[in-house]
Design a protein around this ligand. Structure first.
Ligand code: DGL
Length: 255
């Protein structure tokens, strides 16, 4: 039986989990939301590493054979350390700068992510590979994580919060916007509406979740894990309120 551990600071990782379930519907999953410590975006890398150490040990105790860091901030702070410290394979988030750079017509791409991700060497290295070819501008999605954790995905409050961080990217000419935090895809409809209301019709938002799900399939094959489970189970755990997580999952991520 293959158990895959998936973690995020909260409900954001469900935007990745829903893509994983499309390609690996017959595995068992434990989804862990560290929502007592959410948001991760403004925590130190040391704090996040400590949390990931504890969460990884917990997953391994529960039989996890692979782990997905469905969180850009956690990937940035901890994945290299985890790969050195544990023998199970880890799959993390990659900011989708490459597809954005390949798709842009204006030559300007925007990246929305947390402060932790934008400061991390993983993002800075990726950016360095592409910035000779395209102009890359970033903005923290200020208040986005908090909105999503409250289940506020549309309406006036969501639109005015989204506008503050999105408008500068659009005004600078970005026609591809990378969603560099797993919470942000849940705001996709609002992001599109705000862009359109501001007069930018041809903007595309890029979510790396399908690519991460495909990478997990590859990693499972390479590591020979993932026999189809006859009784696949999904469990949800949270360091804070688990009820919010379950409600969110059934409402927005679907089984
Ligand atoms: N969903 C996470 C990410 O992808 C973390 C957001 C946060 O807790 O600040 O970065």
């Amino acid at each position: 039986m293959a158990v895959i551990g998936i973690m995020d600071s909260g409900v954001g990782g469900l935007s990745v989990f829903r893509e994983i379930r499309k390609v690996l519907p017959d595995e068992s999953y434990i989804y862990y939301a560290d929502n007592a410590n959410c948001p991760y975006g403004d925590k130190t890398p040391e704090f996040i590493k400590d949390r990931l150490d504890a969460i990884t040990r917990h997953f391994i105790d529960k039989g996890a054979e692979a782990m997905v860091l469905a969180c850009n901030t956690a990937t940035s702070a901890a994945i290299e350390y985890l790969r050195k410290s544990y023998s199970i394979p880890f799959v993390g988030m990659e900011p989708a700068v490459k597809p954005a750079a390949l798709g842009t017509r204006s030559g300007v791409i925007g990246v929305l992510a947390t402060a932790g991700t934008l400061k991390g060497s993983k993002y800075l290295n990726t950016k360095g590979r592409f910035e000779d070819h395209v102009k890359i501008i970033e903005h923290v999605g200020k208040g986005f994580v908090e909105l999503v954790e409250k289940g506020i995905l549309s309406g006036t409050e969501a639109e005015s919060t989204v506008r503050v961080s999105l408008a500068p990217l659009l005004e600078a000419g970005a026609d591809r916007i990378v969603l560099g935090c797993t919470h942000y895809p849940f705001l996709l409809e609002t992001l599109k509406k705000v862009a359109s209301d501001l007069g930018y019709q041809d903007v595309r938002f890029i979510d790396p979740a399908p690519a991460v799900a495909a990478r997990l399939v590859q990693v499972m094959t390479e590591n020979k894990i993932g026999t189809r489970d006859t009784h696949p189970e999904i469990s949800f755990e949270a360091s804070g309120d688990a009820g919010v997580l379950k409600d969110f999952f059934y409402a927005f991520a679907g089984i």
